[in-house]
Ligand binder design. Structure first.
Ligand SMILES: [Zn+2]
Length: 165
């Protein structure tokens, strides 16, 4: 303990210490359903019971009309990369070698509002591009913990290239 004392009287005026606090945050109703689905290798969305908007990640209430939603719409279709960013520098500001660089993307699904930010895992030599179709790639079942990381990322489809691409 570090104390600040009055030079004249020696009385303790202040001290440094810590207050042990413990917080637990829940993911909420829709968030929990989303994480449980990821653990099962599924991506689910919500669907508004009034206007029909489908949204991922799911919400308990519709962002368009504030009506209750159903949170059990499974997304079977592939997504597309709407935005991309590759980290060229590591935490300390040092340049990361190309094979170790992480690429993150914003993945959207046709007819679905919202989207997901996650790692983009490129197949083959070509770098991922905006507009590329991607499919979710899950961790092996025994490694899943009900976390966003149960989804390892989105893989670009391994396409056979016939042009000069
Ligand atoms: Zn709605």
């Amino acid at each position: 303990m570090t104390a600040v004392t009055d030079a004249g009287t020696g009385r303790i005026l202040a001290w440094e210490d810590g207050i042990p606090l413990h917080y637990e945050y829940t993911a909420g109703v829709a968030g929990e359903a989303f994480l449980r689905a990821l653990k099962q290798g599924r991506i689910i969305a919500s669907k508004c019971t009034r206007c029909g908007e489908v949204r991922v990640p799911p919400r308990t209430y519709c962002l368009e009309c504030q009506e209750r939603t159903r949170i059990d719409i499974e997304l079977f279709q592939s997504g597309r990369i709407a935005a991309l960013s590759t980290a060229h520098l590591g935490k300390g500001g040092t340049k990361t070698p190309a094979p170790l660089r992480a690429t993150f993307g914003y993945v959207t699904f046709e007819g679905v509002a919202g989207g997901m930010v996650h790692r983009i895992l490129s197949e083959g030599r070509r770098e991922a591009r905006v507009g590329d179709p991607v499919a979710p790639f899950f961790a092996p079942v025994e490694q899943r913990r009900g976390s966003i990381l149960d989804l390892k990322g989105f893989r670009t489809a391994a396409k056979r290239r016939t042009g000069n691409d």
